[in-house]
Design a protein around this ligand. Sequence first.
Ligand SMILES: [Fe+2]
Length: 410
Amino acid sequence: MDRKKLMDFAKEAAYKTNFFMMDKGKYVPFLWPQPKLISGAGSSLKAPQVLREQGISRVLVVTGPRSGRILAEPILAELDKYGLPYEHFYEVEANPSLETAEKIARLYRAAGCDGFLAIGGGSPMDAAKGAAARIARPNTPFAKLAGVMKLLVPAPPVVAIPTTAGTGSECSFVAVLTDHQREIKIAITDQHLIPKAAILDPELTLGLPQSLTASTGVDALTHAVESYTNAAYGTDFTVRCAEEAVVKIFRNLEKAYHDGGDLEARREMLEASYKAGLAFTRTGVGNVHAIAHALGGKYGIPHGLANSVILPIVLEDYGSVVYTKLAHLAELTGVKTEGTEEQKARAFIGAIRALNARLGLPTGLADIRPEDFDHVARTAVREATHTYPTPVIYTVERCRHVLNRIYLEA
Ligand SMILES: [Fe+2]
């Protein structure tokens, strides 16, 4: 055995031992807190009461420019009516940066706030959670907070109102931020970042553009499928959440895409995204997310779009290792109920590809550059290794091969 093969073998053994040990403690994440859930059409107007219940007396509202201008307005009017003072940071960009999280934390301290209200897609929620991490650990650089359970101290409370159905950030323990200097995304993952309350108001998602409905919906699907196919940490609870999410997404994503005003489909998609968030917070995501984060950090490719392209390619690359689980998903969704496990699993992957096509999502990414693949693969493998209990442990070579497919299938 040559030196490189020996190193890969040793790495894989260490990785498996780590997951075996951590799998024994899987009921610890099961006991992690869930946000208080408030849902239903118009429920976002209950935000002032929800904030008060959480002991928040001066809130920093965090939004992007669109959610801040249109969607947050009625909620801010309720805060005024209720007499709950607030500051408003409305400049969160897509793929929020470390600098944005720093700015939010500075405003929070200067204004004497004692909690966050994040309104928007994943970006405002992650930026608020990133700022909460910064406030909890003011003297620790973000680079040292990246990874699992590095925060370890309570952070200011976050109440989250998602306006897309995809990220699951309203119930997850992760804040993903972009480090522009190093051209990478970092994921700060800690139970103290789980929002204290989540308000799922489908009315806020009615105006979501088709392309965002599609890419965020497939992001939620990716959370559920990666959680479901992971090799460790799964419990009956996470399995049920992931299965429910997959079924709801297959039934409702296209309805919401074709008729943005379908309130019932929007409500189901918000629930699916939430369930998928509960699942992956306890089991982790996997190689699809690790690659999507690496491509997002390098090229700024939107997260949901990247996931939609990468998901079927990685599932095909996993091969027989995931046939049993994917076959079960094929049965639950009605994609294929007869035949061998392999046939059903392949049909399920085919159904994801077909869904992507009907949603106008691409089959590959033409703008990524082969000369960057080594760097991107190393970044992705670094994230996935010892973080996610993936069904297949990627080496840099195998990840490069997957990147090549992502490039060639464009
Ligand atoms: Fe995601």
